[in-house]
Ligand binder design. Structure first.
Ligand code: PBG
Length: 341
């Protein structure tokens, strides 16, 4: 084969034995040799919830994404479920008047997320409910943890996160997803869940979460963009690091994480691939708000074919080894998949 591959052309023909293009000539052959596929079962839909009823508020930096009051969230989730989406992740926009320095509303059994969990579970019982554990939506300063002076204090924050996780578990959450990046929170949450009889509740840890500029539109959506004091670099990871992501994932798995996540998604596919290959654990990628905004803005300008770019970006996560993707495109992607895209 090697001898023939470099042969001089004879009558304009290379005399090649290997012609990779043969497998690409027809649609049936391309389907036959395809290595990865995207399926609605790969998708987790993150959605934003607000107080009130009958509300569906647009988010300017995320065209096509809305904040839903719980009644409309239920309908939207029922639609997502009918398209085969297995799970949704809830993110609240808490009334500014309920935010304080310690994120106290996170502990309230009647807070927005808990009420949403109860109502959604009752209305759409077969959808996995993923809840976010971190204090930022509840904190006047927009940080994921407790501030002492200028410092986010680790161990006191973990105690608060444990309380928040138990509160969500009692309200019917299926998957507790700590996005805060404090040290030791997965083990502490696992122990507290087990002690309270919630040993069946899963933990999806944001194990390798980077201090990223791509979270901007999310902070608009939950209302922390203007209040966030400083940045999150003392707890979220340095985008320059890769080995550190493996250490973070190892720690979270040791502490009882059932699933791990890499975040953001597209700029971090190398991390997704390393984590998936190294641990073989269920590995998720979060295609974050800024990624959604980039693709959507380009599509709105006519600079990209939005649907094709979206599907290609989602398939790329599967190719990198992800078990699934959290994406604001989940519903649109599932609609296209249903239509046979
Ligand atoms: C914070 C949190 C963030 C996201 C999910 N949980 C942002 C942040 O760390 O400030 C970002 C998600 C997105 O950008 O889509 N607990």
């Amino acid at each position: 084969m090697h001898e023939r591959q470099g042969n001089a052309p004879v009558d304009g023909r290379l005399g090649l034995i290997q012609r990779p293009r043969r497998n690409r000539r027809s649609e049936w052959a391309r389907r036959l040799v395809r290595e990865h596929r995207l399926d609605a079962s790969d998708l987790i839909w993150p959605l934003f919830i607000i107080e009130g009823s009958g509300l569906r508020e647009p988010i300017p930096s995320m065209p096509g994404v809305f904040r839903y009051s719980v009644d409309l969230a239920k309908e939207a989730i029922a639609h997502a479920a009918s398209l085969g989406i297995p799970a949704v992740a809830l993110f609240p926009n808490i009334d500014p008047g309920l935010r304080d320095a310690v994120g106290g509303n996170a502990q309230s059994p009647d807070n927005l997320v808990c009420r949403a969990c109860r109502e959604i579970k009752a209305a759409v019982p077969d959808v996995g409910l993923v809840t976010d554990v971190a204090l930022d939506p509840y904190a006047s300063h927009g940080h994921d943890g407790l501030l002492e002076g200028d410092e986010i204090v680790n161990d006191a924050t973990v105690a608060a996160l444990v309380g928040q996780a138990l509160n969500q578990a009692r309200a019917g959450a299926d998957v507790i997803a700590p996005s805060d990046m404090m040290d030791g929170r997965v083990g502490a949450i696992r122990a507290a869940l087990d002690a309270a009889g919630f040993e069946q509740i899963q933990i999806m840890s944001y194990a390798a979460k980077y201090a990223s500029a791509f979270y901007g539109p999310f902070r608009d959506a939950i209302g922390t963009a203007k209040t966030l004091r400083g940045d999150k670099r003392s707890y979220q990871m340095d985008p320059a690091n890769s080995n550190e992501a493996l250490r973070e994932v190892a720690l979270d798995l040791e502490q009882g994480a059932d699933m791990v996540m890499v975040k953001p998604g597209m700029p971090y596919l190398d991390i997704v691939a390393r984590v998936a290959q190294t641990f073989g654990a269920p590995t998720f990628a979060y295609q974050v708000s800024g990624e959604y905004a980039m693709l959507t803005a380009a599509a709105q300008n006519g600079w990209l074919d939005g649907d094709r770019a979206m599907m290609e970006s989602l398939l790329a996560f599967k190719r990198a080894g992800a078990s699934g993707v959290l994406t604001y495109f989940a519903v649109r992607a599932a609609e296209l998949l249903r239509a046979g895209a």
